[in-house]
Design a protein around this ligand. Structure first.
Ligand code: AP5
Length: 216
């Protein structure tokens, strides 16, 4: 199964990808996570990406296409993968086509998570993750079972993203509508697009995605 999760910042791509990893047994390839790791590790790519990401803009297509193409060659991707946050420009979408064809793979579906802008801003403002294992939480919608303790690994350290500041979120939304929203028409024309109500409860969104996957 090779899937793309498409949607604006805060739509729930990462949340749903983590659940699909457990259910489908295939990895989540999040370009945002890969780039944040490169920044944290201080690699050449990380140095180029940091200021662009902090400002809510897109890292260059060449860099992102290269890191995904290399990651897809990993043994754990042999049975499929979930692309989370990639592609997000038409140039990247064309690169996915070329990459999959060259590797003898095919794309099964693109799941678009549709969410109103006002809800996105609330979600991003309340979001935080476990500093140890990366499990995602939200101040209101998804609290750990025990306050201040990660459900998954028991860590008590949490962090918030630098680009979740309100001014950067506004820029990320603007960039989404300009650069990424055109992919909805692109994948619709290819018969790959499945739109899911991303404003439903987290479990209900997962169920709707699973219904789509069963229908493929
Ligand atoms: P990236 O990390 O991909 O960020 P994003 O696309 O802006 O998406 P988010 O991670 O903010 O949101 P999400 O949809 O995953 O939502 P989540 O599940 O966390 O990219 C960051 C940056 O890296 C980019 O700005 C860019 O600079 C660079 N970059 C990355 N990929 C790139 C690419 N391909 N090309 C160029 N540059 C690239 O959910 C949000 C919150 O809402 C959570 O707290 C969650 O608990 C809650 N929530 C989720 N679903 C629900 C629900 N159904 N109901 C209630 N609450 C919910």
């Amino acid at each position: 199964m090779r899937l793309i999760l498409l949607g604006p910042p805060g739509a729930g791509k990462g949340t749903q990808a983590q659940r699909l990893v457990e259910k489908l047994g295939i990895p989540q390839l999040s370009t945002g996570d890969m780039l944040r790791k490169a920044v944290a590790d201080g690699t050449e790519i990380g140095k180029k990406a940091k200021s662009v990401m902090d400002a809510g803009q897109l890292v260059s297509d060449d860099i992102v296409n290269q890191i995904v193409s290399e990651r897809v060659d990993g043994d754990d991707c042999a049975n499929g993968f979930i692309l989370d946050g990639y592609p997000r420009t038409l140039v990247q979408a064309d690169a996915v086509e070329v990459m999959l064809e060259a590797k003898g793979m095919k794309l099964d579906a693109v799941i678009e998570l549709r969410v109103d802008d006002a809800i996105l801003v609330d979600r991003i403002a309340g979001r935080y993750t476990c500093a140890n294992c990366g499990a995602g939480y939200h101040d209101e919608n998804l609290k750990p079972r025990q306050e201040g303790v990660c459900d998954k690994c028991g860590s008590t350290e949490f962090k918030r993203r630098a680009d979740d500041r309100p001014d950067a979120v506004k820029d990320r939304l603007w960039v989404y509508y300009k650069e990424t929203a055109p992919l909805i028409g692109y994948y619709h024309a290819k018969g790959k697009l499945h739109t899911v109500d991303g404003m439903a409860e987290i479990d209900a969104v997962t169920e709707e995605i699973e219904t789509v996957l069963r229908s493929l």
